[in-house]
Design a protein around this ligand. Sequence first.
Ligand SMILES: [Zn+2]
Length: 306
Amino acid sequence: MSAPFRIGIDLGGTKIEGAAIDACGSVRVRHRVATPAQDYRGTIDAIIALISTIEQQIGATATVGIGIPGAVSPATGLIKNANSTWLIGRPLQRDVERAFGRPTRLANDANCFALSEATDGAGAAVETVFGVILGTGVGGGIAIRRQILAGANAIAGEWGHNPMPWPTPDEIPGPPCWCGRSGCLETFLSGPALAADHHRHYRQTLNAPEIVEAAAAGDLECRATLERYMNRLARGLASVINVVDPDAIVLGGGLSSISALYEHVPRLWARHIFSDRVATPLLPPVHGASSGVRGAAWLWPPEEAP
Ligand SMILES: [Zn+2]
């Protein structure tokens, strides 16, 4: 029996978003609730309640996929690498399925983003998509022929905790990272990292959107901060191209709305890429903020359900 709808749940650090998409990929119902922070049991209850609300509204049961801020350890089934730290070490999928009574599929949220854009988004026409989240955190995922590449350790595409490549002297050792290392790409490329970099240079407290806006209005210091950011993003992505050589790179997360990235970063990455010509397109997301729920829903792929 196949379900006519797919539900995707995007479990974030501050909110849990849920949506039902129909067989054509149109979002039919959408809800969000605040994440019960630091509360594992409460997080599971909130997920189940969200699924139940959505199923009542569509008047049907649906397949359920969940995007999580972390990975499921293939060895133990326990959550690891989650910046929502109350999930770490917990058997989230088992506990959700026990409470819910039906099978679910779980995947890393950046993998869900890549899957969403590869299934029916910016990368739908190509084979290999590298999806990048530039938001509160930095993540990445690889989709090949519309399937997530998970990897032996469930960390394929996890790019944010590699060191900044081709570092300048002032980037070493780099800011401390929550993962215990220093100078991870995330400590330079997240939204808070952009704001912190600006403050380090100019002692001026602005958040990422304010810096982007001021740069567009001609503020020289904000422009310089944005240029450092683009240069770092270009180096980070050049190292991915040198290994994976994806057919397309799609940006997601809050900072993907910076339109200057798509023009300047591909110019800046060329000198670091081991190829005479670089054809890799850097693309904005088609589904924007919906990619989290959409990718989670597509964990049940088109060829499997309705
Ligand atoms: Zn790190």
